[in-house]
Write a protein that binds this ligand. Sequence first.
Ligand code: PLP
Length: 399
Amino acid sequence: MDKKRVYLDNSATTAVNMEVIKEMQPYFSDAYGNASSFHYFGRQSKSALDNARSKVALLLNASPEEIFFTGCGTEADNIAIFGILNACGKKGHIITSKIEHHAVLYSCKYLEENGYEVTYLGVDKDGVVSVEDFKKSVKDNTMLVTIMHANNEVGALQPIAEIAAELKKINEIRKDKIYFHTDAVQSAGKLRLDVKKLNVDLLAISGHKFNGPKGVGVLYVRGGTNISPITFGGHHERGLRPGTENVACIVGLAKALELSNVNLEANNKTIFNLREKLKKGILDKIPEVIINGSGNKAVDNILNVSFNYIEGEALLLMLDMRGIAVSTGSACASGEAGPSHVLKAMNVDTVVAQSAIRFSFGHNNTQEEVDYALEVLPKIVSDLRFMSPVWKQKRFENK
Ligand code: PLP
């Protein structure tokens, strides 16, 4: 019999929706022309590309000329950050947060090592940046603000529209505009994104986080923004992202974004109920657990829990052996030593942070899957704690 498999790692990636696959299918072997070619095959692909661009623009409340397709979310973030700074033609100050995804954080670290000044804003215990801190961090030479919309480890939502409103006031009395980029990779498909309401200049999303294909992203760039390409080649994507467009995946991304918007409320309700069921079950059945992030100002699909006195990595492996896929979110998972930079910024104790697990839900998950996780988890946690000298010591002290 096949082993039971439960996928609770939907913030890492999601299954591609069957309707999305159907929509993509013709662009692999029938309508496979290069969208830059002038013949029939090329025109077919160009038309699909145009339709996808219009669809994405409509869903983000942008205009099609403001939509640029990229190879992934990471690339969209990089084009936004380096593209704005390169266009400025001088070095200056950047404001970001301590909880960014590495696509932004490591870009900022690189820039810092290469003569830029970077302010990394801290967050509160729920993982949220303060608008006041942001206001205080603006300098005469600030060029770019890059703050994520929803955090990928705890789901915390950042006050993007509020920061944008403050930035607008600041920009009104400055000569050189400060641009605002947001990494919305984890909020796309979970919230209705409206670039006008968010009032950002640049916004990045990635297809594979909302049941679309991997290896395709979008960068929204507000009309009139002074931005340069960071790679060079053809005139694709109006020269901002040269390279033959991946038409099938672009069509898939547009369809997936459309479907996630159509089903948003229903999907979010399912996901919220599953997350709350798992949270309640864990709190009821397992002692000494800590929920990281409040969940009030957060997307519905993430539950980050520290199981004190055990290593998150060990728990991940044991859960995997029982068919349950989760993530630690810690830096260790990406080959680095140390606890998660996000939990560290939230002032979570290092040992507690190292015992954290991220459960992330998708609309395909079921109540039965959560029941299975709740059946398996307490025993694994108890077995791992049985091997932990700190846990034993604590039990001894409490006797
Ligand atoms: N930004 C955030 C917040 C993410 O969670 C991710 C992926 O996990 C990325 C950027 C990178 O997206 P991609 O995998 O498409 O490069």
